[in-house]
Design a protein. Structure first.
Length: 278
């Protein structure tokens, strides 16, 4: 009784039960994602960046999942993810290999260093299953537990961190290739896109599970058709990501991306990333 009164006082009941028009959800996400992302990267970054980015999508995600609209919830997260690509990668594609901006992204320097090394040498975890399998399994395990225990909130925060450092690398790569159309199209590999979609679907199902258990105090009625389809799709996509990453990263993506790099711009990026300086 006390908890119900507290929820009403805080406005939680009204929030999670309110059905926002789709155009408002889309409009707010489109407007706020770049508006918050770009200034924070330029001025502070750190944990504040993914925290602020996550709040944009959490505000709409939780009510949609609570009300059982899982596909709509996932669609909003994918829209938010696309806008993160445009905002973060777009900024670095314009700014280039700016040391201060890269340092404002959690894991931005390390991931970009690793990926540029892989493009240059063909060596690294990106295409070697013996190097990426265990870390990826650990990543999925942490993501699964965090998403379930926090009804998707921690999963969205982790997603923001991941998207920020991946898009930092992608933006730098586009800049280093002097805006090669091939790099723009292939800098985000198909297996990485599949992975993001798989994680979004998995996170949505896990959020629904926790919210349903809290709402109804039991499992009965949880696993309906959309729940089953989304969970199976998530598992298939994550397996497909592993398979494609192990087979085409080194065979297809690495040699093609290496050919697109502009030597002068590549040299600057390698110097900033601590790979080599001439």
């Amino acid at each position: 009784m006390y908890s119900m009164s507290l929820k009403r006082f805080l406005g939680i009941d009204r929030w999670i039960n309110y059905k926002y028009p789709l155009w408002i959800e889309i409009g707010v996400i489109i407007a706020l994602t770049p508006l918050i992302t770009i200034p924070l990267i330029q001025n502070s970054g750190g944990l504040l960046l993914p925290a602020a980015q996550s709040l944009i999508i959490i505000y709409f995600f939780i009510p949609e999942v609570y009300q059982g609209r899982l596909w709509r919830a996932s669609g909003l997260v994918l829209l938010w993810s696309l806008l993160m690509v445009i905002s973060v990668a777009g900024l670095f594609a314009v700014a280039g290999c700016n040391r201060l901006l890269i340092q404002n992204i959690i894991n931005g320097w390390r991931y970009s260093h690793e990926m540029f090394m892989w493009i240059e040498t063909g060596k690294g975890a990106e295409g070697d299953i013996s190097l990426f399998l265990i870390p990826k399994i650990k990543e999925i395990t942490v993501f699964t537990l965090a998403s379930f225990l926090t009804a998707g909130i921690a999963g969205l925060f982790m997603g923001a961190v991941l998207l920020n450092y991946m898009n930092t690398y992608y933006g730098l790569l586009v800049w280093a290739s002097n805006y090669s159309p091939v790099t723009i199209l292939m800098g985000w590999p198909i297996y990485a896109i599949i992975r993001v979609i798989g994680y979004v679907f998995l996170g949505t199902v896990l959020a629904r599970t926790m919210i349903y258990l809290l709402k109804y105090r039991g499992w009965r009625g949880l696993i309906d058709k959309q729940y089953k389809v989304m969970l199976i799709t998530a598992i298939v996509l994550i397996i497909l990501d592993f398979t494609l990453k192990a087979t085409i990263a080194n065979a297809v993506y690495q040699p093609i991306l290496k050919q697109q790099l502009n030597p002068a711009r590549l040299g600057k990026c390698e110097c900033v990333l601590g790979i080599t300086c001439y």
